[in-house]
Design a binder for this molecule. Sequence first.
Ligand code: NAD
Ligand code: TYD
Length: 355
Amino acid sequence: MNNVLVTGGAGFIGSNFIRHLLSVETEIRVVNFDALTYAGNADNLKDVQNDSRYLFVQGNICDADFVSATLRKYEIDTVVHFAAESHVDRSILGPRQFVETNVMGTFTLLHEAKKFWLDESSLPQITKRFHHVSTDEVFGSLAPHEPAWTEETPYAPNSPYAASKASSDHLVRAYQHTYHLPITITNCSNNYGPYQFPEKLIPVIILNALEGKPLPVYGDGQQIRDWLHVQDHCEAIRLVLQKGKIGETYNVGGVNQPANLTIIETICEMLDEARPSGAPHKNLITFVKDRLGHDRRYDIDTTKISTELGWQPRHTLTEGLFDTVQWYLANLEWVQTIRQRQDYQGWIDANYKAR
Ligand code: NAD
Ligand code: TYD
């Protein structure tokens, strides 16, 4: 791994990953390739922008010519692919962009990497890798007593987001099977932690509670997710890059399965301590109309990555949530800058007004 192209590096997980990589690898060049959509924010990496090993390139993964030129210009030997439309609720209101970015964008990257790495031999014979970051949502939804998903579980995506990610996973797999493109895939659970875009569940709850606004709980709040601290996720990806077997997929999860309402109540209790407001923050909890096709339960089996690669999450959910609450309290200016963008309030109105 010499010259790494990180797609979507201005987003939540990608920016945490770049910071992590620069902190542990000395001899490396990281090119952050990001279109800066509503979810992208170059300021997420303000602290490393003057690092000579880091470079930002604004570009769209659907633009084959520009992807091709960037791979060549920086002699990219490793692609870590995060760029995507990532919010299920947005995929319900506007699915087309998900197919374009997640399916066509991934296809374009795969095809250009194949041409550069396999069809031409201009790059020296060094190790190459295309790592694709995917989600556990490709597996669908579990009934109460069904076992956790393993890497062998058949795909059954339910939302347009999950279907677009499943399609991209299949393309990545096919490029390995057909052309021998050296790929690995990780399917991870719900991430949380610093720099998560403010419209996802955990930041929504922290920020609304601070402002005394209703805390919107979809349906009965008994949906279950596995929650993975973003730092643990970044460590898992780096380990897969170092030790993962070509062609393999690895599940990554935080090994916890709380109901949404439990997460929300925990955050309220943390804020009661950190920012007492005269009344318990949980009084703000408001049950609203459910998400269409809402998946009921996720549970991901991480035995493979822990036994084969020695990875374990280092954060418990309580510690991770506590750190995350503290991070948002200390970074309200970062939140404010995003909220002042033209399109932010439009999304909040579109998603919540009719609920
Ligand atoms: P995010 O929405 O915070 O960031 C996505 C980034 O991709 C943004 O910086 C955006 O500008 C960029 N981007 C979007 N379209 C692009 C395009 N066409 N070309 C170039 N850049 C583009 O997403 P995230 O939460 O950081 O998720 C990163 C990856 O991890 C995604 O592939 C997502 O499916 C996957 N994932 C996320 C979670 C989670 O809980 N956040 C869980 C499982 C998997
Ligand atoms: P989200 O962060 O959108 O992740 P995902 O849908 O990918 O799991 O949502 C996490 C859970 O929280 C999901 O079950 C939907 C629920 N949710 C709410 O109850 N209220 C909200 O305002 C949001 C954004 C999500």
